[in-house]
Design a protein around this ligand. Structure first.
Ligand code: PLP
Length: 401
């Protein structure tokens, strides 16, 4: 007979997988909602744009929802190949592998490039779920810092070169960046790719926000850099681009045949990516060429509104973000976690409050980002205006002697 004392112990890995930094205050937010408080969510990046009809109308009428090939259907890899070709990146279908969202692309890419005990270099603040994937793979992440007063530019090639050890297997970048909104130039990425090539390690680039670039910047992919076929592995997703997070489709794109081979075999283990959603994704072939223009313009207006509003609050520090739909701001509140928790639990204006993501969870180095928050701008402009006013009043109230 089993007693409670003999309960099997879960793995160290299972114990150390971190909870999501973005959902940290969810319990407090749910309690506030139960009291009838309206919450403006500046904490999470769920796009509010309609998924295009071209995609939604494509769901097939199969009588059997069958498995598809592990790497994705031929048809869907062709539409992805055509998408990349329009971006100026020539890829064979065999250089593209469909994944269950960008999340699985990141996980498989990391697992294919590094063994347990190996290291990967990341720039912090970083997309927090990377830590989750690294823990699953037993990979140690070594952070290099980017700073709010420098617009969170990625460190120079020399800084990356100095940080590489015998155990380093990859550098991971996110461009455009979540959570900072920083966009790196081709020269900046090329400089890091050169260091990686020289040290025979991989450069994994998360480009799930590729199209979300502002002020006339053009979308581009690190795969368009020449001479890095064996070095660069791109993780991509349809979630943000087509406002289709629930379709759970993404891909790994790389000309490194061994990486595609390894991640393909990992994919064979999980059999298939969603079948109906792949049929739906074929609809992107019909999207007008300027489909993203209006969406990007809308996000740019939201960014401008929020930037103007937040920089008018005394003590709030941020640089104008250049891409994605997030940024990190330093707030004059000392402890951003305590402030954010208090705001969502105890502060309201006309029955409404604001939920932020405290930024410490986006850093690996303890004590960094304590007075910073990540803000996502996926709300309509009027809601963003209200949110800024509530935040202004909350900061004033918090700082009252
Ligand atoms: C930087 C970044 N990479 C990857 C993902 C994963 O996206 P998905 O798995 O929905 O494709 C996200 C989602 O928010 C993200 O922000």
């Amino acid at each position: 007979m089993t007693t409670a004392l003999e309960k099997p112990a879960i793995s160290n890995r299972g114990r150390s997988v971190p909870a999501s930094a973005i959902r940290l205050l969810e319990g407090n937010a749910n309690a506030a909602k139960a009291r009838g408080v309206h919450i403006y969510h500046l904490n999470i990046g769920q796009p509010d744009i309609e998924t295009p009809e071209y995609i939604r109308s494509r769901a097939g009428a199969d009588t059997i929802i069958a498995y598809t090939p592990a790497r994705g259907t031929e048809a869907v890899r062709k539409v992805m190949r055509d998408y990349y070709a329009k971006l100026g990146v020539a890829l064979e279908s065999s250089e593209l592998m469909m994944t269950t969202g960008g999340s699985e692309a990141l996980l498989f890419a990391m697992l294919a490039c590094a063994d347990p005990g190996d290291e990967g270099l990341v720039v912090e603040p970083m997309y927090a779920n990377i830590r989750n994937f690294a823990t699953i793979g037993g990979i140690t992440l070594k952070p290099l810092a980017a700073h709010v007063d420098e617009g969170f530019k990625i460190p120079s090639a020399e800084v990356f070169a100095r940080a590489i050890t015998d155990r380093t297997r990859f550098v991971m970048l996110c461009n455009p960046n979540n959570p900072t909104g920083t966009v790196s130039t081709p020269d900046e990425i090329r400089a890091v790719a050169e260091v990686c090539r020289e040290h025979r390690i991989f450069l994994i680039v998360d480009e799930v926000y590729r199209e979300f670039v502002y002020d006339g910047r053009k979308p581009w992919s690190a795969l368009s850099l020449e001479g890095f076929d064996d070095t660069i592995v791109v993780a991509d997703s349809v979630s943000k681009r087509y406002s289709a997070c629930g379709m759970r489709l993404g891909c790994i794109a790389t000309r490194n045949a061994e990486v595609i081979g390894a991640t393909g075999r990992m994919a064979e283990g999980r059999l298939s990516v969603p079948t109906i959603e792949q049929q739906m994704l074929e609809g992107i072939a019909d999207l007008p060429a300027n489909y993203m223009d209006g969406i990007v313009a809308k996000y740019q207006r939201r960014r401008d509104l929020l930037f103007a509003g937040l920089t008018s609050i005394p003590g709030v520090e941020l640089q104008l973000p250049q891409g994605a739909f997030y940024f990190i701001a330093r707030l004059p509140v000392g402890d951003a976690l305590a402030f954010s928790r208090w705001m969502v639990s105890s502060f309201e204006v006309d029955g409404a409050t604001v939920m932020l993501a405290p930024a410490a969870g986006f850093y690996l180095t303890p004590d960094l980002g304590k007075d910073e928050v990540r803000i996502a701008y996926v709300l309509v402009e009027e809601d963003l205006r209200q949110a800024v006013e509530i935040l202004r009043l909350a900061i004033e109230a918090w700082n009252e002697p």
